[in-house]
Design a protein around this ligand. Structure first.
Ligand SMILES: C[S@@+](CC[C@H](N)C(=O)[O-])C[C@H]1O[C@@H](n2cnc3c(N)ncnc32)[C@H](O)[C@@H]1O
Length: 287
């Protein structure tokens, strides 16, 4: 500590400060201290205000009760187990994809009566004779689409909205189309409630893609087709990937089509899969 009225800098002794009385120097020190306090204090206050202001499109959050908070911790533990055993343990390697599936609350996307099975590696009914795909298949399809943060991606078959939410964690914009209007409505409301502001959802025939939003960096079709819809291939950017279950019912394979810079197609089949069929408007549901 420097005693008041002295100065340990020998050169300063030559200057006028040496002749100043004690009280003006004490006042100057206090003023300087106040200035430093104000300078250092203001940014942290502003930061606290900014943290408490929710983003414009997020639903206002209320505090969880202790029981609800404990339930959330249980879901998080189940998700962790699902990621480690069901995904990483079965060969899913993309770290961003693993993190996305570790974050999205799958229990929010299934009916309450099957919520206890939300983190089991299985497809579950979501009403209207449709299903939410099993987490391993969601992870495999997402990884195959090679999602990058700047990407715009199309999904055909919104269903519950779960795959769209996983994509929304990974890319800039997600467009998703669902044939069943009631499912489209429910998924849209759910995605909004959960704060997924970068998902654009609508009811319609996904076979035709979303021409106004095209071209896409990647397209995922989450219902099985007997051929690759031409409009989807055309709405894929050069360098993009189209992931789709293809084949006759009972003999479908998960196919990844890559569009080269020259527009040429390369394709590889990953694994045999079972999917609900891609239908066209007017088709009978149980086709
Ligand atoms: C396996 S579910 C999709 C699961 C969904 N991705 C999820 O995360 O819950 C397949 C969905 O594709 C829808 N679908 C079938 N044909 C369609 C079409 N032509 N256009 C859009 N959606 C279609 C079905 O109604 C069904 O909801």
């Amino acid at each position: 500590m420097i005693p008041l009225g002295t100065n340990r800098d020998p050169d300063a002794r030559q200057g006028p400060a040496r002749r100043l009385p004690v009280w003006p120097r004490l006042a100057a020190l206090l003023l300087a201290g106040a200035a430093v306090w104000l300078w250092a204090g203001r940014p942290s206050l502003a930061g606290a205000e900014a943290l408490e202001t929710p983003p414009a499109d997020a639903a206002p959050k209320r505090e969880l009760t202790p029981a609800e908070a404990e339930r959330e911790r249980q879901w998080a533990r189940q998700r962790e187990r699902m990621v480690e055993l069901g995904l990483r343990g079965r060969g899913i390697r993309n770290r961003r994809v693993l993190a996305a599936l570790g974050k999205v609350a799958r229990h929010e996307f299934v009916p309450t009566r099957v919520a206890h099975l939300a983190y089991a590696d299985r497809a579950l009914p979501i009403g209207h004779e449709q299903t939410i795909s099993q987490p391993y298949i969601v992870a495999l399809m997402t990884q195959a689409a090679d999602p990058q943060p700047e990407h715009k991606v199309l999904e055909v078959g919104t269903g519950s909205g779960y795959q769209a939410a996983v994509l929304a964690e990974l890319v800039a914009e997600v467009y998703t189309i669902e044939l069943v209007p009631a499912l489209a409505r429910e998924a849209t409301a759910r995605l909004k409630r959960l704060g997924y502001g970068n998902v654009h959802a609508r009811a319609g025939d996904g076979y035709l893609g979303w021409p106004k939003a095209a071209p896409f960096d990647a397209i995922l079709v989450t219902c099985g087709a007997d051929h690759v819809p031409r409009p989807l291939w055309e709405q894929l950017k050069p360098g993009g990937k189209l992931v789709i279950p293809v084949g006759p019912p009972g003999r479908m394979w998960l196919r990844v089509l890559s569009k080269g810079a020259d527009g040429k197609e390369r394709s590889r089949d990953l694994i045999p899969v079972r999917f609900v069929p891609l239908r066209r408007p007017g088709d009978r549901p149980e086709k």
